[in-house]
Design a protein around this ligand. Structure first.
Ligand SMILES: C=Cc1c2[nH]c(c1C)Cc1[nH]c(c(CCC(=O)O)c1C)Cc1[nH]c(c(C)c1CCC(=O)O)Cc1[nH]c(c(C)c1C=C)C2
Ligand SMILES: C[C@H]1O[C@@H](n2cnc3c(N)ncnc32)[C@H](O)[C@@H]1O
Ligand code: SF4
Length: 454
């Protein structure tokens, strides 16, 4: 990788889990009435055909990892579990009222925070509650995020009995200095044990999350972490670039200084080293940040062009509608987005008063729908085209003009009616999406909103 490319393209940029990205949602056009309309429309169009996806945010953790950008509440008091589950179930019932019919759950993901903070018994009540209100789909894909330090065989057994087949564990880095800096001490032995337990109990996809660019992390730490990971051969690996966003309220990114972070140059080298080791071990790079073995469903989905990106990252199939429950969760009705309030007491208060706990949202315009398709294509398939009239938008020539420079740098190739990301360009896919992001182009932010793209 040439140094000049890294320097040139290391700019703040969204991770494109949605388009428009959250900071560009237009709250002025959003209200509860419109949100419910888009939900009903989408539900009518898609529930019977393909079901819906459900994301449940379980925000508690016993200990604060200082790198973490997720919405969480640190506590050792487990009495928070039951009231939270009851609130989430009530939120689902409120949505069922809007739909007027039982939703069919095709995909279910428990994220956090730490879902394994909850006792197996409480997770069981949560799932029993869900499948009392909603119907189970026929092609279920159920997954959860587990903390290697507190995922027990009981957790795994309980969830497998409800049809869960995928788990991803937070690993981040095995080095002690790095672990101290991010306030997350976690041994290889624990990861090995929970990986084996999941496999023994029938999970078909075990994933590990690894991060490069963490405080005090070096190339040799990354190399060691990947080599250890390869010993366990997880089916999927998320190899994330550390997103440094200390300005986000309450995310707790502290305890280290900016100077303790690797430079952009060093960070890119860490990525290159990790990527080479993963490719040598038989992993295939899929979309942004993701690697999978050829036996994993994510690889097959990519081959068959079924891969989809949503707020949770990549999925091996798509539903038009994704409902997010719990604090900070985002829902996507395809025609609109909504994000829940982030505070626990506010969430409980609104639910108690039969009010959908929504903080903000966005109704997509015709233009948003077209642009979103192109950004999704780039993030999922590393290419996009405007062969059909419905894929064209008036600003496209300007977008292509801006992309010319990226083409000269070898990141994309542009032809008559499509663009393709090159092998070098894959690491810069966020930069390639930027010219398509019309809302950002029209309204360049003056304050920092996004993490750096390298
Ligand atoms: C399990 C924790 C979560 C991670 N991502 C999400 C959760 C719940 C979901 C999520 N990620 C982002 C958004 C905002 C929507 C958007 O802007 O498209 C949501 C709902 C984007 C995002 N994620 C991270 C940051 C800093 C941002 C803002 C955009 C940016 O600066 O790039 C940090 C981060 N969180 C997670 C990962 C994997 C990650 C960074 C690699 C997990
Ligand atoms: C769910 C997964 O999200 C990743 N994750 C959480 N916060 C960040 C961040 N600031 N930067 C990069 N990755 C992050 C971790 O790898 C975790 O395991
Ligand atoms: S990384 Fe996981 S355990 Fe750590 S604070 Fe974030 S959500 Fe909690």
């Amino acid at each position: 990788m040439t140094h000049s490319l890294v320097t040139k393209y290391n700019v703040p940029g969204p991770r494109y889990t949605s388009y428009p990205t959250v900071p560009f949602w237009d709250d002025a056009t959003f209200c509860l009435k419109k949100w419910k309309e888009t939900l009903k429309r989408s539900f009518q169009e898609s529930n019977k055909k393909e079901g819906i996806s459900l994301y449940i945010h379980l925000p508690f953790c016993e200990s604060m990892c200082t790198f973490c950008g997720c919405t969480k509440r640190i506590t050792k008091n487990h009495s928070v579990e039951l009231p939270y589950i009851q609130a989430v179930l009530k939120e689902l019932r409120m949505y069922k009222e809007v739909f007027g019919e039982r939703p069919i759950i095709q995909q279910l993901h428990l994220g956090g925070g730490t879902p394994t903070f909850f006792s197996p018994e409480h997770l069981e009540s949560l799932l029993n509650g869900i499948f009392h209100i909603a119907q189970r789909g026929t092609k279920c894909e159920f997954s959860f995020e587990g903390h290697p330090n507190n995922t027990t065989r009981e957790h795994l057994k309980t969830l497998v009995s409800f049809g869960f087949t995928r788990v991803c564990y937070g690993v981040q880095d095995y080095n002690e200095t790095v672990q101290k800096a991010i306030h997350r001490i976690q041994s290889f032995e624990n990861v090995k044990k929970v990986t084996k337990d999941a496999r023994d109990l029938g999970y078909t996809s075990v994933g590990h999350d690894i991060i490069f660019g963490l405080p005090f992390q070096t190339k040799s730490h990354v190399k060691n972490t990947i080599l250890k990971t390869i010993q366990l051969m997880p089916d999927r690996i998320a190899f994330y670039s550390y997103a440094h966003v200390p300005w986000l309220k309450g995310n707790g990114q502290r305890g280290y200084r900016d100077e303790d972070l690797p430079t952009a140059e060093e960070k890119r080298e860490q990525y290159e080293i990790g990527k080479e080791l993963l490719l040598d071990a038989g992993y295939i790079e899929i979309g942004m940040d993701h690697f999978a073995l050829k036996s994993d469903s994510l690889y097959k989905a990519q081959e068959e062009h079924n891969i989809h990106r949503n707020f949770m990252g990549y999925a091996s199939s798509k539903t038009q509608m994704m409902l997010g429950l719990g604090v900070s969760a985002i829902s996507d009705s395809w025609y609109g987005f909504a994000q829940n309030v982030k505070g626990l007491s506010e969430y409980h208060h609104l639910i108690e008063n039969d009010i959908l706990p929504i903080l903000k949202g966005h109704i997509l315009t015709e233009e948003d729908l077209i642009v979103r398709k192109h950004i999704l294509n780039l993030m999922c398939h590393f290419e996009t085209s405007w062969k059909n009239e419905s894929e064209y938008f008036p600003e496209l020539p300007e977008v292509l003009f801006k992309l010319k420079e990226l083409e000269d740098d070898g990141l994309v190739s542009i032809s008559q009616d499509k663009i393709k990301v090159t092998t070098t360009g894959k690491a810069f896919v966020r930069n390639i999406c930027l010219p398509f992001d019309l809302r950002l182009q029209r309204n360049k932010p003056e304050t920092k909103l996004f993490s750096m793209t390298v």
